[in-house]
Ligand binder design. Sequence first.
Ligand SMILES: *Cc1c(COP(=O)(O)O)cnc(C)c1O
Length: 395
Amino acid sequence: MHDDTKCLKIKAPQGSFASLSVPVYRASTVVFGSVAAYQNRRAAMYDGYSYGLYGTPTSRALEHAIAGLEGASRALVVSSGFAAITLVTLALSKSGSRVLFPDNVYDTVRPFAENLLARYGVTPVYYDPLIGSGIAGLLGPDVSLVWLESPGSMTLEVQDMPAIAAACCAQGIRTAADNTYATALRCKPLDLGVDVSVCAVSKYVSGHSDVVMGSIALRDEALFRQLKDNARMLGQGVSADEASLVLRGLETMAVRLERIERTALSLLAMLNAHPAVREVRHPALPGNPGHAEWTRDFSGSTGLITLFLEPWTRPVLAQAVEAMDQFAIGASWGGTKSVVAVLDAPPLRTATPSPHDGPVVRLSIGLEHPDDLAHSIARGFDILTSAQASLAVAT
Ligand SMILES: *Cc1c(COP(=O)(O)O)cnc(C)c1O
């Protein structure tokens, strides 16, 4: 054998080596033992291996773990949380049908629905997330899918998921829930009657702000195969390296969430007390919309807190947020480090009134010591307090 060829024949030594972690199996090409097995590879799409994009032992291990946590029989992982949403929506809608989204849906869904779905003859309809069993009034034979997101993006309303799922089920309409906020450790949408549970693994599951991935979990085998077929048609898949990072994140998710939840709860009183804050949103607060449903359906909360601020904070808000030295300014959340996002205007609502007219600030609590976070928030609040004082002098 020539050296050129020898360079291509590298194999791991065979032996009794075993490590505690799932190996990273990188692959585009999957190798078959015979021509017949190769020609039959399509049959391996769902459980075996046919091509790196459609699954590796690393991604299958992750899917298996996610299915187990969600109380599902099947799960598939795709390139992002948003890709999970578009895949489920495209797979379960058809030209002439309506798809219902809660008014507080993850904000990138609206451009997808209005531009892309609409172009293919699917009409998006937005509904009051607190509608409960009243959803029945919006259903009909042309509704192909109803989305839930609880708590919803930015404004954190908790939905009556069992009531919405039951109303849809009664009419044979599929439901899908975006479970990113709670993760399967805090809520199990499938147990509440929802057909498909979607999660942006990019957030708490991967947990270190360095991976983008989404998961889809469900119990219906035929629907799973339909989604997997659609994933193939859309070129969806994940790399083994990223699946491995998520598997690592999964191992510590429970302890991270415990700490994050405890810290977030410890900060609520201080946030509530400041005169610049008109309302604090967090599902554990008794005044949070859907608090009763949260108590009934969730086993706990996580680290997202939304603040509706008084409009007078606008001129000094950037300065105040920049003074919060423990909070990185950014859009995503769910990692080890605290992050703050600032909206100048309340998030867009088309089916329900905008909650407030002031700026909105969202905190994602991380693993820093709670005292350091409280101190950091106090630094921001000090700037708001002095602005309020000078405002009072001026008037
Ligand atoms: C971040 C997020 C998504 C999208 O996830 P990506 O992996 O960033 O695409 C979807 N839904 C919710 C509620 C999110 O917070």
